[in-house]
Every structure is written in C-alpha cells, then in structure tokens.
Write a protein that binds this ligand. Structure first.
Ligand code: SF4
Ligand code: SF4
Length: 472
C-alpha cells in the first residue's frame, strides 16, 4: 500500500504506485488539456507530484515540450540566477565488499588496482585540490568495514578540514559513503559534513537485488531507508540520485520524486540535491551491456522535468558527461558541476597512466578547472565557490524556508562574486582572470540592495589586500 509517510521502503516507494502511475501516464499522454494544466501548475513554482511529472515525461507534443524546456530554463534563472556552484570528488579508497554489477570497484574485480589513501596521501590530494582553487569536496569510498571503517572516514574529514595551504581551504566536505547506522550518521554530522549523498542506483526493487547480488548493499530496504536514518542522526541536507541506464527511466524518475515527497512528508524538508549520473564505461564495465541506456535528448528531458518538479533542489552533474551535454544541462536546470575531476584514488597528485585502472568511471570532460571556469563565464554563468550556508547553520528546513521565501539569493549572488574573486586572485590564469574581473564588475551592478553592494565592494577590496573567507 502506497504511503508517502511510511518509514518502510516498499511503502513509500511503492512498486504498485509506480506501475499505476506509469500506466495512467501512458493512457493520458495525448491529453493536452491535462498536460496544459500541469504546465500551468509548474509555472507557480511550487513543484509537481510524481504523477504529474510522469505525465510530462511521456508527453510527445512538440509545442508542450518546448514550453517545458523554456519553463525549466526560466525556473533555473529565477532560483539560481546565472550562478553555478563548483565542486570536486575526492576518492579516498576503492576497497569494496559489494557486488554492484555496474561498478568496477565490485569485490570480484580482481584486476583493478586497489588503493586506500593514508592521511598523509589525503593531505597531498587536498593540497593539490586547494591549488586548483576548490573549496568544496565530495569524498567517495567503497563499502568495506575493515578497510574503510567509519573511523577512517571521520579521520579523513578531520584531515581535510585541517589543511590550510597558502590561501586555500576546503570549507565544505560532502560525503558519499554506503548506507550506515543512525549512530554513524550522527558521527558524520558531528564531524561537520555538508551534504550526505547516497545514490539509490535504481528504485526498482527486483532489479536492485539483481544488480547488487552480494554484499550488504543487496538489502534494498536498508539502502532505501538510509536517508531517514541520516536525518534521524541529525544530517538535514541529503542528496539523492539514480544511476540512469540500469532500469527504465520512467520508473526511476517516478521513484526519485516519490523519495523526495517522502522526505518532505516525514521530515518537512526535501532533498538538498539530486544527481543525475548515467552508466559509463570503466574497467570491467561496458555500458552497452545495460539495456536501459538513455540518449542525450531523453537525459536532458529528465533534467528539465526534475527542475520544474522540485524547483528548490540543487541539481548536480559530474564529469561523466561531456562538455556539450553539460552545457545544455546547465541551461535546463543543473546548478552544481564538478571540474578538473579525477575519479581514481590519489589521482590529483598522480594522474593515472593508461594501463592503470583505479578509476570508478571514465571522465568525459577532462578539462582543468581553470578552463571549466572560463568556459562557464564565456557562456554567461557566474562560477561560485560558495560554501556559506552550511557554515552559517543554514541547513535543512532553515535553508529550505529561505529558499522558498526567495531570500537565499540575497546571499548566493554576493557570495558567488566574492568567492570567484578569491579564485581569480589566487588560482586563475591571466586569460580567465581578465574575463572574470569584467564579469565581477558587471555582477556588482546587479546587486539590488545598496547596503549589500557596499559591503560586497568593500570585501572585494579586502580580498585584493589578502583577506579571505567573507560571506553573507
Ligand atoms: S557502487 Fe559503491 S558499493 Fe557498489 S561496488 Fe562501487 S563502490 Fe562498491
Ligand atoms: S549562499 Fe548557500 S545556497 Fe547560496 S551558493 Fe552559498 S552555500 Fe549555496
């Protein structure tokens, strides 16, 4: 029985509700009157239900699709302006006891190079990331209670926050580790993590069990209920995601939105972010072996529909996608991207040779961060290295209520300007700096509040004099 408020995975992600929804959407897919009503509702910027979004996903009418894309772009502009938040993944260990068939870190892969960074190696990786200009990391590990126990993760977080190299600092550490206990989530919260990210991979229970044949991750309910335990442990910013390509994308979108509805219904706050990875090539993994791969057009349609269905949720795209797809996805709703990423363990200090293979997936966008930042600015975006909210205690429902009241933008915009200024001053190439300084000048003119503008201009001057870390 479907119940968004239930704490049981099979009830808040009810298979029957998803199949009923998909059957209903299929039946109504040419009902233009109903589709128009849903688009009108989306224009109010209060989001859509999983049923409404599922119907838009099967809509074939060109004009309506065009309207959906335009609306997604407009909502993106209204909520996020032209800002794009930058981050980098940091792989600290690829030891894993699970058997996920789509990931090269699975236990049975005996020819992948297994690595686990020591604290000293983490320090070196973090210095390399700071020297690129990153301020926000997402740490990634496989699941292995012996090699990667929670104590190792906590120690690594402490190490990362402690490193202050030149003007660098990692100011927000997001964590992407396996589903764990309330007690461990509490420890992560105490360690000062930003968002806890856990991809569901697929919401289809039967497929989930086949794709995760062995290891603790096989337990669908334990994995699916992880965000509830994270919230119980005090982490109020959680990040969802499915791995598109494993199951039918219509099923996944419906499940993903039901998960968001569940978090909102039970905890009063929806997901902080949604990621949209697609299955990619890696050692031991051939994406063609998965039947449900989606083409770029479908992928972009999904992004646009998520954007209008959950307008307040940040959306993340990684370097799994190439430059062109990333450019289009940014228009349609993505608010956060990685840049200069290495997906191998220790890859920032020692990029892997061709014959090495400790990466989780092949990167499609190989450009250094400086180039990505310049590319964004050339397209009219404002790259942001802001991490202010979590450090100001603006998390969970506090963050969401500011978002919903339209207040958060008064912080995001000047913070983006100031953190970009730090980046330009400390790390950018001459060419990037030149474009960036012009952009900052223009963006200062776009700050509506005169007091905020004055403070921001003053901080920019102080950044030139060597002071760092201003925030609203
Ligand atoms: S997806 Fe995660 S849990 Fe599964 S094999 Fe890869 S690292 Fe391990
Ligand atoms: S002010 Fe908050 S929401 Fe805005 S960019 Fe910074 S951290 Fe993100």
């Amino acid at each position: 029985m479907y119940d968004a408020k239930s704490m049981k995975a099979e009830e808040f992600i009810s298979h029957e509700e998803i199949t009923d929804t998909l059957a209903w959407a299929e039946k109504e897919k040419d009902n233009l009157e109903l589709i128009d009503q849903i688009i009108e509702k989306a224009k109010k910027r209060k989001g859509l239900t999983h049923r409404e979004a599922s119907l838009l996903l099967v809509c074939r009418d060109k004009d309506r699709l065009e309207e959906i894309y335009k609306l997604a772009e407009q909502i993106k502009k209204d909520f996020y302006g032209n800002r794009i938040v930058m981050f980098a993944p940091l792989y600290i260990s690829n030891y894993c006891v699970n058997g996920c068939v789509y990931c090269p870190y699975h236990l049975k892969n005996k020819h992948i190079a297994r690595k686990k960074l020591t604290q000293d190696e983490i320090r070196k990786e973090v210095i390399a990331l700071q020297d690129m200009g990153h301020k926000r990391l997402a740490i990634e590990t496989g699941e292995d209670p012996v090699n990667n126990p929670i104590e190792y993760i906590l120690e690594s977080i402490k190490t990362i926050y402690s490193i202050k190299h030149k003007n660098g600092a990692i100011r927000r550490v997001n964590v992407n580790i396996a589903a764990t206990t309330v007690e461990n989530y509490r420890k992560l919260k105490e360690a000062g993590i930003g968002t806890y990210i856990l991809f569901q991979e697929t919401y289809h229970k039967e497929s989930y069990e086949k794709l995760h044949p062995t290891g603790p991750k096989h337990d669908y309910a334990y994995h699916t209920e992880a965000m509830d335990r994270a919230m119980e442990g005090g982490i109020d910013d959680v990040g969802l995601g499915v791995l598109f390509g494993l199951e039918l994308y219509r099923y996944e979108l419906c499940g993903l939105l039901m998960h968001a509805e569940h978090l909102e219904a039970v905890h009063g706050v929806g997901p902080h972010t949604i990621s949209v990875p697609r299955v990619k090539h890696a050692d031991d993994i051939n994406p063609d072996e998965f039947d449900n791969g989606i083409d770029d057009e479908t992928f972009l349609k999904i992004i646009a529909i998520i954007r209008i269905a959950v307008p307040y949720t940040g959306m993340i795209i990684s370097t799994r996608e190439n430059k062109n797809v990333r450019a289009r996805a940014l228009h349609l709703g993505i608010s956060q991207i990685s840049g200069g990423s290495r997906t191998s363990v220790g890859g920032y200090v020692e990029p892997e040779e061709e014959d090495e293979n400790s990466a989780q997936f092949d990167v499609s966008d190989n450009r250094p961060l400086d180039e990505v930042v310049r590319w964004l600015m050339e397209m009219g975006y404002l790259p942001s290295f802001c991490t202010a909210c979590y450090r100001e205690g603006r998390t969970g429902d506090r963050f969401m209520s500011l978002c919903k009241a339209g207040q958060i933008q008064n912080c995001c915009h000047p913070n983006a300007i100031m953190t970009l200024k730090e980046y330009l001053t400390d790390y950018a190439s001459e060419k990037t700096k030149e474009i960036g300084e012009k952009l900052i000048e223009k963006e200062i003119g776009n700050i509506p509040n005169p007091k905020v503008k004055e403070v921001c201009v003053d901080h920019l001057k102080k950044i030139e004099e060597g002071v760092r870390d201003f925030r609203f």
